[in-house]
Design a protein around this ligand. Sequence first.
Ligand code: HEM
Length: 481
Amino acid sequence: LLSVRFRRTRRDGEPPLVNGWIPFLGKALEFRKNAHGFLAAHKEKHGDVFTVLIAGKYMTFIMNPLLYPYIIKHGKQLDFHEFSDQVAPLTFGYPPVRSGKFPGMDEHIQRSFRLLQGDNLDNLTECMMGNLMLVFQQDYMDGESEWRTESMYQFCNSVMFEATFLTMYGKPAHTNRHSGIVTLRQDFVKFDTMFPLLIARIPISLLGGTKTIRDKLINYFHPQRMSTWSNTSGFIKERAALFEQYDCMGDVDKAAHHFAILWASVGNTVPATFWAMYYLVTHPEALAVVREEIHCVLKVSGLEADHNRDVTFTREQLDSLLYLESSINESLRLSSASMNIRVAQEDFSLRLEGERSIGVRKGDIISLYPQSMHMDPEIYENPEMYKFDRYVEDGKEKTDFYKDGQKLKYYRMPFGSGSTKCPGRYFAVNEIKQFLSLLLLHFDMEVVEGQEPCSLDSSRAGLGILLPATDVQIHYRPRQA
Ligand code: HEM
């Protein structure tokens, strides 16, 4: 009976439909196990557009990147924020922004994203550099030059989490570092492990101690505590001022919003930093070229890196680091598995290229899964291989990639697309550049021999940058001045 109630049948003009044999869940388990392989197999069987029942939702996957522009540019029939405004509040514990309770808030929040971009980046970048130096110097460069051993993910996490936190939220009164940061980071990691389950709308009450940990994390951002912090970024200050305008918003709700931004700003950046570092350290030829490039940029501006520990990079200098940027983009290509989602607002016929169109029903989800594009051998030769200079050609950024002989408008999408594209993307790439520059200038490092190559943990497939399945041991030592 259940299966009759939950299954739908394909109508004329609709894409091929895959219901699966488990009512409601449909193909959820197979998808979760190996999303990339699952989609590749269905593409082989059904062509480049098909609909799959996943956990009660009908999801239409657009597998051909030449069709992406038709989805990304699509107007009001495909909504971008409906899905996130349902899922994010459940995950982070604040009331939905678009519920009607907070008139105008959604627009203001969208406007606040400009404070992560353009000229506002100068300040953020400068601040991030100071914070990275602070953490590196106090925790990892104590003057001794002997080799030490450390887990690479742990290393990236402790430096990037704290430096990003300080840059976004500021420092406590009378001191430069938050005394509770280690506990905050550990609690964050525990919460983050449960993140895929929360996004899948598993009630938090079923997830052991996750609610207690989330309450603790939220409490860290209590407005009273935050008001004692200084050097807070304009972005966070503007959001805090916005929340003050709504009397019906409680202090815990405000704090939960700030916590959500903490997740947005480090949840993907830390694993992205790990992969960028991992690929460089395991590819000495790439590391040598990138290190040389960083030294050259510093030399041109009259700074001798080895003798100047408080080195700074302007935004223009960071922009000019072509090989470093290509190496980061290449590691993002290899490690990102985000899903771009739009919700159909009505039954309608979605136009694709030429005369082609597909029938879509109200409430259906249209999905792009860029990992399939990132790993397409027609677009990227030997897609499994790390090629640090894949995005450099003739001394410039390479932007022409082809499918079926046609130049692709979208060929690398770790940050989403269209109007929901990550507003922190420029800051994210900048801070990874800063982290790697300082690392290459100030440390020698190598992977401890005898370890298996690092593989991707696909448990958060669809949600962003994948974590490594295991950590990697490295030897490092501060370089001699
Ligand atoms: C949204 C990726 C770093 C702030 C997103 C989305 C993706 C993403 C895929 C969803 C886009 C969509 O739904 O289409 C990444 C990656 C990062 C990164 C891969 C690092 C490598 C950051 C940083 C910040 C940030 C550093 C802030 C400082 C946000 C915010 C949103 C978002 C606020 C929600 C935007 C909205 O609601 O419209 N990010 N992100 N992200 N990201 Fe990032």
